[in-house]
Write a protein that binds this ligand. Sequence first.
Ligand code: 536
Length: 358
Amino acid sequence: MTKLFEPLRIKDITFRNRIAVSPMCQYSSVDGFPNEWHLVHLGSRAVGGAGLVIMEATAVSPDGRISLADSGIYYEDHVEPFARIARFLKQYGSCAGIQIAHAGRKASTNKPWDGNDQIDKDQGGWDTIAPSALAFGGKLEKIPKEMTLEDIARVQCDFVLAAKRALAAEFECLEIHFAHGYLAHEFYSPISNKRTDAYGGGFENRIRFLLETLAAVREVWPERLPLIARLSVQDWAEGGVTLEESIELIKRAKAAGLDMIDVSHGMITPGENIPWAPGMMIESAARIRREADIATTTSWFITHPKQAEETLQSSELDMVMLGRELLRDPYWPYHAARELGANASRDILPVQYARAVE
Ligand code: 536
């Protein structure tokens, strides 16, 4: 049996295989609400056979959106349209996951295909917040407001409320966004955090926001359901976070109730030098798996079935996350099962299709 198609159990959830759909921003919402686009986009990937489908970075508050078109889970009225999607994903055999996020100083931007630059207040943009009053740079010139302790408590409360709504929306896997230069990563990285209070300075202080938020979310996210964090484990810039620090943070996150780490990287400053390459995070992820002893997944240019299988076998990762390759081919899990000779191929497709194709 291939490892890719071996079911994975975390807590009370059994994923039918080890293929996850990475959370991918669609910039297709209005006022946070998911719609037909999200149902078809995510639903297709459940029909295609993924074990876990994670809804895109979904803002915990309106000002936590990257753009006006981000999805959000900050109203009670958001719950039902999300639930419709979660139910569909589960009906076709996938675990329904959602990523909750706050964009911090990288909020208030135009969609990528509309320039990706920051929007002024008079054009529908908004004031941004961050641990320190430092702009990201490049096209993101807006200087965020330095968060007060009240702001910190409020955002943490927003994460908790978002987790409660995700549960009400029948999601069964929750991922907290601690990566890609957004708010939590801005606390973690010395590049963006210049605070002199309990939330800035040394490692202990820079990880405080992340660990407190995680612990608060765990309180409301049931023990029986998996909780994941996507973490930028290294910054590709001088003075950024290091893999060694991240391993220590992940050990503590595990003690605070984290079930799986989703290994990502960087995007904290436009000045970084990213060594893009196939499977670029696999080695770091494998080291994290060994040293922090926690279920581990990663993404970034995992594209071929044999590469995915080999990643699970030799690096002992628990799951692979695919983003772009699953955009190219929603039936990647089905095609991978055929290519790897896994018996699962017929079981993957829903009965409506399986009766007609092998
Ligand atoms: C990184 N991005 C991550 C995002 C949204 C914007 C882009 C997120 O975490 N919400 C990325 C870079 C290149 C290709 C795909 C994703």
